[in-house]
Design a protein around this ligand. Structure first.
Ligand code: 13P
Ligand code: SF4
Length: 355
């Protein structure tokens, strides 16, 4: 066994590259944009949660070593091909928002709003959720969405006369509702204790009350401060920010949209970015000719749990597995009772988006 604890950053990088080369085609490393730069630089696929879901479904490597949080690795395991294994370098890298709803709460809320509204309701869950609730959506004719496609997915159901039960992110839900012109009396909010505010009879969207603490922290005061400090600044924020912050910004969009807008802009644009700080820092490093500042420094510590050391450990285990038949560690498995319906929900998302 290597002593990764004692290795320098450079030695760890060299080890990871060596194992990747040794098993070229057999190991793939996808990484979310929020990962540290040293991880992103070693990745084979980099993207937001939608891009990663689509790209991972196409991977042929036997091992997918997923650098992101658990719900993303789990999504990749749901879409994995026969015999393909997903390894998560740190299984404690979770997402507090994904913990804010589970199958039982979703079922109770869904049954309650069906009864109160008398409407056809499609459950749509944000990718930032676990397999039980994705399966619940698949089982009830609903689907999954990500921040890059929430508007298209919700519209798809509204156009067919459904109202949408949207969970867990309240902010993405309300920001999507506003983009679709949905008014206050067409929105119902559901708290985790199942208390409801709003009129179910007129509701087009029923919103769960989850949130991301990383994005919830941005305030309109942050926006005012940045506009005062950098006159002419262009503000782009993630739709997990509050409705007030999204309204105060110039643009909102998924991580990939933020990446594209900033990367493709003219050099003289001053960017203020309201999203995860590791990602903002990398954008600033990769675009030295542009002024890029965070709306506030807000980190996702879960994403940052994936590091060179635990990535190297994961690759060493795969190496030992191939060379000595050793057992695996940190393999992401999906309960068979959820897998099929979760797969249906994820495929439905891809089908709607690609249509
Ligand atoms: P994206 O869908 O933009 O990748 O967002 C994922 C996420 O966890 C943001 O907090
Ligand atoms: Fe979860 Fe927020 Fe981290 Fe995204 S940024 S993984 S929503 S805690």
């Amino acid at each position: 066994m290597n002593n990764f604890e004692k290795m320098t950053e450079q030695e760890l990088i060299e080890y990871i590259k060596k194992i990747k080369q040794k098993y070229a085609g057999k190991i793939a490393i996808p990484a979310h944009h929020y990962e540290n730069s040293n991880i992103v630089e070693l990745a084979d696929v980099i993207g937001d949660s939608y891009k990663l879901a689509v790209e991972c479904a196409k991977l042929e490597a036997e091992f997918v070593v997923f650098c992101g949080v658990r719900f993303m690795a789990e999504g990749s395991a749901v879409l994995a091909g026969e015999g393909q294994k997903v390894i998560h370098p740190d299984v404690t890298a979770g997402c507090p928002m994904a913990d804010m709803i589970d199958e039982d709460s979703a079922r109770e809320a869904y049954e309650l709003i069906l009864k109160l509204s008398g409407k056809k309701i499609a459950p749509v869950v944000y990718m930032n959720s676990y397999v039980d609730i994705k399966a619940f959506c698949g089982e009830h004719g609903g689907t999954v969405c990500t921040s890059s496609n929430a508007k298209k997915i919700v519209k798809y159901y509204l156009d067919q006369g459904f109202s949408v039960f949207f969970s867990p992110d309240n902010n993405l839900g309300i920001n999507t509702a506003r983009e679709l012109g949905i008014t206050d009396n067409e929105v119902v909010r559901i708290k985790r204790d199942l208390t409801i505010s709003g009129n179910p009879a007129t509701a087009k969207m029923f919103l769960w009350d989850g949130f991301c603490h990383v994005h919830q922290r941005f305030t309109t005061e942050d926006v005012e401060n940045l506009r005062a400090k950098y006159p002419g600044i262009k503000l782009i924020v993630h739709p997990e920010c509050t409705e007030e912050v999204v309204n105060a910004a110039d643009i909102s969009g998924s991580t990939q949209k933020i990446f594209n807008e900033v990367t493709n802009s003219a050099d003289d644009v001053i960017w203020g970015i309201g999203t995860e700080m590791n990602f903002v820092q990398r954008l600033a490093d990769d675009n030295p000719n542009k002024i890029i500042v965070p709306l506030r420094e807000s980190y996702c510590f879960n994403m940052a749990k994936i590091n060179l050391k635990n990535l190297a450990e994961s690759l060493e285990i795969i190496d030992k597995h191939y060379s000595e038949g050793a057992g695996l560690k940190n393999e992401v498995t999906v309960d068979s009772k959820y897998k099929q319906n979760a797969k249906i929900a994820l495929h439905k998302m891809i089908e709607i988006v690609e249509s």
